[in-house]
Write a protein that binds this ligand. Structure first.
Ligand code: CTP
Ligand code: MG
Length: 235
């Protein structure tokens, strides 16, 4: 079974604040995207990495990838992304060559995921799950609210789901290729992760243990944490 990783990296990173597209921001001197590509290439099972670049940044991303050494066994492709994460993933899937039968989808914004997590996801797909997500229990209690019409107004609480039953989902999410392609052809409404599209097909999605270091760089404080983790690894 040949495995490819599709890396959606086409977002602006609005919540991170002004600057370059998020995937191209540096973490301890190296672009976040390069860390993310290396995290996928670190798995011996991954033979191809498809980077879905900012729409106007494909050439720059190609140059970056040429400049940063990847393992000999890893090929890469760069394609320009779309307006939503979902569209960017679909563009990445369309670029996959024949012969790939397992696909990982991994956010460029999760540059520090350890290789053991990547391998655990691939292993669970190999063992027959059509969709696999790494996830962690929640630290915070979660409330469902009636969203405020005016920002900042108090929001009525609707419900408190039992925390022990909830998981915070990360990437890479792993899929049987044909299943994920079908999910992207079938599901038209907006979703925030790929596995939920497979759930909508009525197929079984399973969770494997995620990792704290697979957190998503979303807001400025996340950059501080990511650089501290890298410093601890001496990268
Ligand atoms: N992504 C993408 N194409 C888009 C939007 C997002 O490929 N049109 C990617 C991002 O580059 C990121 C991943 O999807 O690697 C997860 O999205 P998120 O963390 O929300 O990143 P951004 O959308 O860039 O950030 P923000 O929502 O703060 O603008
Ligand atoms: Mg976003």
């Amino acid at each position: 079974a040949r495995t490819a990783a599709v890396i959606p990296a086409a977002g602006r990173g609005v919540r991170l604040g002004p600057g370059a597209p998020k995937a191209l921001r540096a973490l301890n001197g190296t672009p976040m995207l390069i860390h993310a590509v290396r995290a996928m290439a670190a798995s011996r099972a991954v033979s191809l990495v498809v980077v879905v670049a900012p729409p106007d940044g494909a050439a720059e991303v190609k140059t970056l990838l040429d400049a940063h050494a990847l393992p000999e066994r890893t090929e890469f492709l760069v394609v320009p992304g779309g307006d939503s994460r979902q569209e960017s993933v679909r563009i990445g899937l369309d670029a996959l060559p024949p012969g790939i039968d397992i696909v990982l989808v991994h956010d460029a914004a999760r540059p520090l995921v350890p290789v053991d997590t990547v391998d655990a996801v691939i292993e669970a797909v190999r063992e027959g799950a059509p969709a696999v997500v790494p996830a962690l229990p929640l630290a915070d209690t979660v409330k469902q609210v009636e969203p405020a019409v005016v920002a900042g107004e108090p929001e009525p609480v609707v419900a408190t789901p039992e925390r022990a039953l909830l998981r915070a989902v990360q990437t890479p999410q792993g899929f049987d290729r044909d299943t994920l392609v079908r999910a992207h052809e079938t599901v038209t409404e907006n979703v925030t992760d790929d596995a939920s599209m497979v759930e909508q097909l009525g197929l079984r999605v399973v969770v494997v243990p995620g990792h704290e270091e697979a957190f998503k760089v979303t807001r400025p404080l996340d950059l501080v944490l990511a650089e501290a983790v890298l410093a601890r690894r001496r990268l």
